[in-house]
Design a protein around this ligand. Structure first.
Ligand code: SAM
Length: 251
């Protein structure tokens, strides 16, 4: 997969060199390009924003630098990868609090793409025509991290990159981690423990040390369901009843 990020703060993306994303890049599973939007400005102040039509507070990101940035990334130019057929295999992802809320299912969909371009908004966001024009040549997805407002899209893009990249085949040492975790099957994961068996008066639940894999699996399932019921009743309500066994229902 190749990920390109356009931002006015390229420094935000230092963490993409670290940890498992850094390793995925080093091993060739992932290519990343981080681009300064101001590269595509032409005035001495490298301006990317202007006041909003219709009035109101704040500034809006102007369409011209965004248009040129997307042209370059899609078609190749300014040292960027040639995109083959215009728009071929590229999806534009735009973080915005007005978008569809990001979920694990969306992370799976995005992980299946060959190329993603992330457009980081600042101020009051990006001129809508940038998205409308981009949609004439590639799929565009507007994504919200949740019901709150950040200063800019950079942190949202880092979050999405982590969620997406860990789903790419070969990135996680043990792919079973993906099958067991929260949101893999519509419920939250049960609590986890490691050594020592007792710490500050808190013992590890006896059953986890029993060696009885059947009972351990059942305990984990019970804990996962109880936790989900307490913390995320919305997830529980959305579970397919066909995935529940008799004991689940009794809980
Ligand atoms: N005026 C916009 C609105 O009310 O929808 C908010 C703009 S916000 C201050 C600036 C930028 O931060 C957005 O363009 C977006 O890139 C990013 N952002 C803020 N909150 C976000 C969220 N919940 N999810 C994803 N991106 C967000």
């Amino acid at each position: 997969m190749r990920i390109d990020v356009v931002t006015i703060f390229p420094e935000y993306f230092g963490p993409l060199d670290l940890s498992l994303i850094g390793k995925a890049r080093a091993s060739g599973l992932l290519e990343v390009g981080v681009h300064d939007l101001r590269t595509w400005t032409h005035d001495v102040h490298r301006t990317v924003d202007d006041s909003p039509y219709g009035g109101g507070p704040g500034m809006v990101m102007r369409p011209e630098p965004w248009g040129e940035a997307l042209d370059a990334l899609v078609a190749g130019g300014r040292g960027e990868p040639a995109g083959g057929a215009p728009g071929g295999g590229v999806r534009l992802v735009v973080p915005t609090p007005a978008g569809e809320v990001f979920t694990q299912a969306m992370a799976h969909d995005l992980a299946a793409e060959q190329r993603l371009i992330f457009a980081c908004g600042r101020y009051e966001g990006i001129d809508q025509r940038v998205l409308d024009h981009a949609a004439t040549r590639m799929p565009v997805t507007e994504v919200s991290l949740g019901d709150y407002v950040l200063f800019g899209g950079e942190v949202a893009v880092l979050v999405m990159c982590e969620a997406i990249v860990r789903l790419l085949p070969g990135v996680l040492g043990n792919a079973d981690s993906l099958a067991e975790e929260s949101h893999a099957h519509g419920v939250l994961e049960s609590p986890v423990y490691t050594k020592p068996p007792e710490w500050r008066g808190h013992p590890v639940p006896e059953i986890l040390r029993s060696g009885d894999h059947g009972r351990i699996a059942r305990w984990r399932r019970d804990q996962a369901l109880l936790r989900t019921a307490r913390r995320r009743p919305d997830l529980l309500a959305a579970l397919d009843p066909g995935t529940l066994d008799k004991r689940d229902v009794a809980l």
